[in-house]
Design a protein around this ligand. Sequence first.
Ligand code: ADP
Ligand code: MG
Length: 695
Amino acid sequence: MPDPESVSVTRLPGVGSQIALRLEKLGIRSIADLLFHLPFRYEDRTRVVPIGAVLPGRKALVEGLIESAEILDRPRRTLILRIADGSGFLNLRFFHFNTAQRSALSSGNTLRFYGEVRSGYHGPEMIHPEYRSVAEGRNTDRDTELTPIYSLTEGIRQPLMRRLINRAVAWWKSAAGVSLPDWLPASISEAMGFPGLEEAVDLLHAPPAAISSEQLSAWTHPAQQRLIFEELIAHYLCLSEARLRGREKKAKVFRKQQSVIEAFLRGLPFQLTSAQGRVIDEIHADLASGHPMMRLVHGDVGSGKTVVAACSALAVLAESWQVAVMAPTELLAEQHFHNFGAWLAPLEFSVGFLSSSQTEKTRRETLQMVRDREIEIIVGTHALFQESVEFSRLGLVVIDEQHRFGVHQRLALRDKGLGQGCFPHQLVMTATPIPRTLAMLRFADLDISVIDELPPGRSPVTTSIIPSTRRGAVIERIAARAAQGRQAYWVCTLIDESEFLQCEAAEKTAEKLAEALPGLRVGLVHGRMTSSEKESVMHSFKEQRVDLLVATTVIEVGVDVPNADLMVIENPERLGLAQLHQLRGRVGRGSGGSFCLLLYQTPLSRQARERLSVLRETNDGFRIAEKDLELRGPGELLGTRQTGQIQFRLADLGRDRPLMEHAVAAAQRIQAEYPNHTEPLIRRWIGDASRYSDV
Ligand code: ADP
Ligand code: MG
């Protein structure tokens, strides 16, 4: 029995090697791939709209008699038609037309036009509508069904794609004994109220006119939901299988060494919280398991993830294996270098630092020391990914602020430890609070630990929303706090602008603030400074030689100065809630009360105000994340720029949240009860199953 998944598109009439090559750019190789290339929207050409009833901004199919047709030569050669149907008139403009088209579009003819209506200078108009004669009357535009719109690639336009898909559907329906294998067990599908697979695919390529187009455009039609559900399941299975495969791999066993841990804890100026202790135990259990750890540690800003990483690393260091610690920014890497040094050097472990801005000589020397295991803990930025970094024996990789790194980068570093036939353990730390169901799907390849407790003595940050017209009062407040010996941050945001402009804006702001606050020492840190410049400014700030630190969002993650208890964020309306929450986490680290002033540009939309007030109402990163997800969708939360992020074909993690929990449960059931469905589901939706697993 031919299976559409194993039959090449070239079996379809009219598909030669050239079209096949183009389709391949869309990941379409088999006939099944074509069938699963689903429309991302529909156009309604099933109803002819009276011209008098067309609405600007909407697409419509109209039928009208061409009352006049004239060609203007200026300002640009244009064919202008005026059509009417008794209910009204419409102007049509064509800029490109050949002789044949010119004669089809001559006055006296009655035609159908499809296009977007705009309000023009001389009344409603359409620019370059599609058209066809009424007399033909053939069903070429499938006007009893909604018109599907597909994503395309160079050399394949909408009509060709539609024809190809029609042929695939026809082949599938006519070839004897061909069926699309349905990998969703009927019991699951029925419990969700979904149609069968074939019914769903068939319907989505040619929805009958009677169907609810609201449902279709909201992606809530059961046929769509069924396929989205399947894709979510496939995604979960893919990551989860990668995790299972990881469990079959070998890793060096590192047992917890009580005496070393005790020495470490004695050196700390504080006691670990019980949440920190629990997470450290979970990590130590993984390290001793003999299989590579793949664990994500979640903890709100300031929950103390760094010390958890350092304490976990002890098991590895005590066996004379190496640890790599990676941070997303230079500044943060420097801070980790400093902290790890302060905590671990007294135990006689050597800590090194690697960054792309070091001199060639320093870099070479550092690399040599890593190779010779003279450096046992190496802290750095993405420079740690580079080929030239070789470890003597890498036991543990710690990645801070995971959302900035992609899956691939993570795996690239993991493979650096492969020398000894063992995979290194991996610990990923993030402060991006992700709602549970989303985390289960997004990080199904990782085990998750949560630090759900802040160190004692922290008071929540009081957040106010202030219009930029009250800038003067805000500046006075900084002066008043500074008089009491406290420090403050001033964060300039300029999103979507170049880094250069951001830095320039920060420089100007710093100048103005220095003028307005003559008694204060104003510092500046931004992304275009060299790391030693940044380091020295941060250092001055830490040492209280700077009262007010003006910064771009480079201080977003991890920077720690407990005496700074006031933060002003300019134009907060431009940032996502999760990002603002992270920024705000820089204050509130000391024991006194802390303040965050969101200095917005007036006027502020009602929506933006509603968004910002979430920050005023809560300090709970998880609640903020829920809200962010609701208001902005998951792209913002997970970081759209992240490389290696998995792309969905149909699913949208914000829109489809109601399905998510069911999908995770269904995926787990499939794994347990229908294990042979896993592979085909992954192949159908994600393609080559090895894509995210064994990189
Ligand atoms: P994050 O989770 O945001 O990375 P950090 O690791 O930077 O947090 O810790 C924030 C601050 O809290 C640091 O100054 C750190 O030394 C301190 N800290 C960590 N754990 C505790 C604790 N149990 N008690 C008191 N202070 C702590
Ligand atoms: Mg941190």
